[in-house]
Design a protein around this ligand. Structure first.
Ligand code: SF4
Length: 65
């Protein structure tokens, strides 16, 4: 598959958080490096919506109770 990195990689709180589980690293490869247009964070940003800090690319909000 062609490498197609997200334009928000450098500033993304999810991508740049080193303190996440192995699952997050899988998502970073799946979304951030290959299919960013499917990312919930990217889509919200494109729509001008707020992007919650803890929102993951798959739409899950992790770590909020
Ligand atoms: S989490 Fe989404 S917005 Fe952030 S770098 Fe990855 S694909 Fe881009």
């Amino acid at each position: 598959m062609e490498f197609d990195p997200c334009p928000s990689l450098e500033n993304c709180q999810f991508f740049n958080c080193l303190n996440l589980s192995g699952v997050a690293n899988v998502l970073k490869n799946l979304y951030c490096k290959l299919r960013y247009k499917k990312c919930a964070r990217y889509q919200r940003k494109q729509n001008g919506e707020l992007v919650p800090e803890k929102l993951w690319p798959n739409g899950q909000i992790v770590g909020e109770k």
